[in-house]
Design a protein around this ligand. Structure first.
Ligand SMILES: Cc1cc2nc3c(=O)[nH]c(=O)nc-3n(C[C@H](O)[C@H](O)[C@H](O)COP(=O)(O)OP(=O)(O)OC[C@H]3O[C@@H](n4cnc5c(N)ncnc54)[C@H](O)[C@@H]3O)c2cc1C
Length: 114
């Protein structure tokens, strides 16, 4: 019953990140061919790589930074998340206690700082 409802609710859904399934989505950059050099090479165009590259430029604008993405920027987890923002690094205290009981005070402190 539940399964049937879920299937009918998702009947028209496309397994494509919302942000990339829009007419105004940026076109992927051309593939990198040949050799290049840079002061810093960042691998992966998700949040981690994009922020690393931005912060590296911000801290030293003269630094030559290259970001290499194997598929398409934001196609992976970064383009698919639910957008919630929480200080918990463990998806809630109950889950944290169950899995990382000893480390929870540290995880809690780091989550708040984050
Ligand atoms: C369904 C879902 C819901 C989520 N909801 C939330 C939420 O609500 N709130 C929240 O805070 N977090 C959420 N998350 C988690 C969050 O989206 C991820 O933690 C975050 O996007 C990870 O970013 P990332 O850059 O580390 O990884 P990714 O976004 O996965 O990016 C990694 C990139 O590296 C590239 N790459 C990997 N290897 C290579 C290589 N060798 N050469 C070149 N490129 C390479 C990949 O192609 C990819 O584009 C969710 C995740 C999912 C999947």
């Amino acid at each position: 019953m539940k399964d049937r409802h879920a299937r009918s609710a998702l009947a028209g859904a496309k397994p494509v990140p919302f942000w990339l399934d829009r007419p105004d989505a940026p076109q992927p950059a051309p593939a990198l061919r040949g050799k290049i050099s840079a002061d810093l090479a960042v691998i992966g165009g998700g949040f981690t790589g994009l922020w690393a590259a931005l912060l590296a430029k911000e801290s030293d604008p003269g630094r030559d930074v290259v970001l290499v993405e194997g598929r398409r920027v934001a196609w992976a987890a970064t383009g698919r998340n639910g957008g919630f923002c929480s200080a918990s690094l463990t998806h809630g205290v109950t889950n944290g206690l169950e899995r990382f009981g000893d480390e929870l005070p540290v995880l809690d402190r780091l989550g708040r700082r984050n």
